[in-house]
Write a protein that binds this ligand. Sequence first.
Ligand code: GDP
Ligand code: MG
Length: 752
Amino acid sequence: MSRACCDVAARPAPTAETHVRVGFHVALAGNPNCGKTTLFNALTGSHQHVGNWPGKTIERKEGHVEIGGSRITLVDLPGTYSLSAFSTEEIVAMDYLLDAQPDAVLVVLDAGNLERNLYLATQILETGLPVIIVLNMMDAAQARGLHIDVERLSRLLGVPVVPTVARSERGLDALKAQLAAEVMRTQPRRPERVVDYGREVEREIARLAALAGAEPSVAAHYDPRWLAVKLLEGDSAVEARLAANGGAPLVSTAREAASRLENMLGDEADILITDRRYGYINGLVRKVVTRPPLDRRTRSDHIDQIVTHPVFGLPIFFAMMWVVFQMTANVSSHFVDWIDGVIGGPLTRWVVAALGAVGLGGTWLESLLTEGVIAGVGGVLVFVPVLAFTYFFIALLEDSGYMARAAFLMDRFMHVLGLHGKSFIPMLLGIGCSVPGVYATRTLENERDRLLTGLLVPFMSCGARLPVYLVVGVAIFGARAGTLVFALYILGMVVALLVGLLLKHTLFRQREEMPFVIELPPYRLPSFKGVLRHTWLRTREFIKHATSIILIASVVVWLLVSIPISPAGSFANVEAGDSALAALSRWMAPAFEPAGFGSWQTASSLVTGFVAKEVIVSTLSVVYVGEAPEAPVEPSTFVQDVAEIGLSFAQAAWDTLRATLSLLPGVNLMDDAPEEAPDAALVGALRQAFTPLSAVAFLVFVLLTAPCVTTMGALRHEFGTKWMAFSVGFMLAIAWTASVLVYQGGRLLGLG
Ligand code: GDP
Ligand code: MG
């Protein structure tokens, strides 16, 4: 007992700066899409942990593998093309390599794209870290007829090279053997110099490296030659690091050296260095790669001619998107209904029965558990099918290679908004539900694009807002409600467009226009196992992070509804007009006066609408019509309940299958659900409460107001509390302004 305590105390305390390390640490580095994550999964199996890099919205995967009795920790670094300060991903990767000083770095290369992949590899080799090159996707290279002399590559780079096919787990034994050898090594291994930068540049490098080596505080942290190269390149992240460690004189010496080189050679130092690096790589590749006599056009090229065709590509793209949208927004709804049914039915009955058994039936505790807690947990779980379907399809699109084509096609349009082509997909999913839309921003490689897209997604009118439009719209406008609903959807998109333009030119102005190329990787058969694991891990993350915020919101709303204001009222059994919610709403209502809907009833529906937009309708019903009569609870046995859960699951699975098949043209296996007739009492009350103009203003507010609490949770999970708060405040301000403009504008035009 006491020994364990001492062990803990003896370890260095983790700080933001130091990465805590126990045992042998190996980092995986490589370009995006080189198969790093596949390799990581193949090595670690289920021994992995997914989180975020501290303070970043970039996913961090860590796992471990036992090799020859040693436990090796693997860290999957973000995919990058180089090791500089161009993007957050590159900074994360560089910081990790420099600060955590891993015991070895697996640099994963796509064997079919050696030229491009070696760029990063040469930069990592220069850091002086022990590198093992993993030559992945050997199958794809072979299929293209490339022959790679692995032996020679290893000799020329001076590091071990292991050919693999991560997807079918080929070459993993050799890789593990190499790692085992690395663990056994007693002498530190340092790769020798790779790139020769030419006489003039090398002279400056040598001079700077000598200065760096003579400075103990600097030499302890960085390889002097690597540092010299980085400083000549003018890498801002490295300069900042040095300046913080008393290396400022070195930075200015390097700047002088760089301008000397520019004067002498007529080109900026970083360009000279990049050129030499590419030159070196070209030579290297020529020596180790033998190409087929005629580099024939691949099947991918043929498919691309059609799929990325500026005209014919679009129908294919929209058909694909239609399927993905249908699958996530509609087909998943059968499982959503199933979860809803289980939670509202058997689960609630069991809790009520258990409380009844201990004499607490009908008390406030029962109300808290069934209407606060269970409803809150249910609020999380109903998103699980939607997210699982979303992740599944996104993984399919990504892994097959189609996502890159979609981005390529849409880039022309999305670029106007300052967005990446891939942003189209999160926005589209947002029309179903903002939550998968926000999570789908993960497909974007760049942090700025992710954030900007994430802020715009909630402006897309989601499925939960539709019942509000329909109930209020039909009550006030009857058959003309359809046009209004359509106009609201369009308005959401137009506002997103305007906000996108605004943010692009203000908060999200790009410091430097990064050269932007969308690569088209060859089409690949996705690995089913990988896609499923991906889906599961991400969905699990959502449950972990979303539960607390939704639970808290549900309980808070329950409290607001349950606390009576008048002394005569009894807790948890309150008239709607006497609740704390009503009091809060009366206090808020004047703020909505200029928009034409200043009653406490509408205000209270907006408050509960924070939990979920569709709740607006039920709250309006409760405050205007009074408590909806509760359906009599039919007694059922435990066995009947379990049977009901099982049978309804089977029904949901069957319905999902039928709905999926119904997506095929000409097939309709679904019986169209009967429309629910609107409640006559509610319709009457709404006609009293709203004029046509104030109804429109109200719906505009519902469209644009802050996202529901689950979306807030998703925004916080992805972008942090600060940006979530920004989104909420920003949307509230826009919603208020827009609804006031509608109402006052309408009055000026004499409409109401
Ligand atoms: P990362 O971006 O580097 O993490 O790459 P991923 O691990 O996500 O892999 C990208 C795609 O390449 C996925 O579709 C993988 O299934 C596929 N892939 C990974 N390794 C191989 C391989 O060795 N051969 C082939 N043909 N495909 C692979
Ligand atoms: Mg990856």
